[in-house]
Design a protein. Sequence first.
Length: 339
Amino acid sequence: MKKKEAINDLLEDILEIYNRPVNKKGGVITTEKKRPNYPIILKEKTIDYKNLDNLVERFGGRFLVISLDGFTRGAIELAKEVGIDLWDQKKLEREIGKAVLSEVGIENKIDLNRPENLELLERNLENNDYENSDLLAEKKSPDTIEPSKDKTKREPKKEKFFTLNIDKKNALDESSIRNPSIHILTLKPYYEIQYSCNSEFEHKKNKYKIQENGACYLNAINGEIKDFEVQTKSNNLNSNNISIDKREKKIQKEEATKKAKKKLKEKLAIEKNWGKNKRESIVFETKKIKPSKEDIKIDNKGIVYRPIWDIRNSQRSTKIDGVDGNVVPGNTEEGAEFL
């Protein structure tokens, strides 16, 4: 927080050097760019599609977002479509340097527009040249990691995807949105959970068993569990010339396994009714019997991404499941999940 406050103070100083009007309210600086009330929002973390979409809903119109950790592909594509200005740390450093030079008499002007490196990244997006771009938000590794003793290069872990059966044209048709301005493929992370349950118990001298094997998927963002129909998966996503926003998991694998056990304990529970005579009537007792956590065996196969089309225009938006073509109801980040 101290870093953010210090940089905000620097931004105020820069704007004052260039005789730009400055207003600060609620931690947000506003200035002018062709019109008054041009907000400047500073963030320390990586900005993804969802983060930027929330800022668009809050501020509307044109504004500037500065991220010290960069922007995801989806965020950059959304900014391009909506008309939002983005600065990364390199751009911020250039503008700070220009302001210092202005103070010693070297004439400069502040440039609030998008920097050249982000424009280059947009060209990479159009060519789907993600691997060759070093301008994306970098994944930082601890400096303390030691090189492998055998000095052999580790193979990167292959990612898994549900097969993309619905292409962009079909998704646009299913959405019924006229003149869409944005169509992005969001990749939602799920843990693939395979489970088995073998539980025996006794109640009122009756013996019962719960025996079941199956698979389910736990949302790696909100922890909801789903029974998707069996669909093919692969290590490649046929996504040429598609703008992609791959969501980051918020739940780690160990925590996901614990959550899956807890939810499966409820899912696999059975209800039994017992009747007994009481005077001239029969009274029924209902009991819900759950297997113990020890009786549920979990094999967490790791993350598999489910493709979801996000299609919108200025009036409305909709999401189409890229696997089965169904409309995804509600906001999937807040628990209204799809089947």
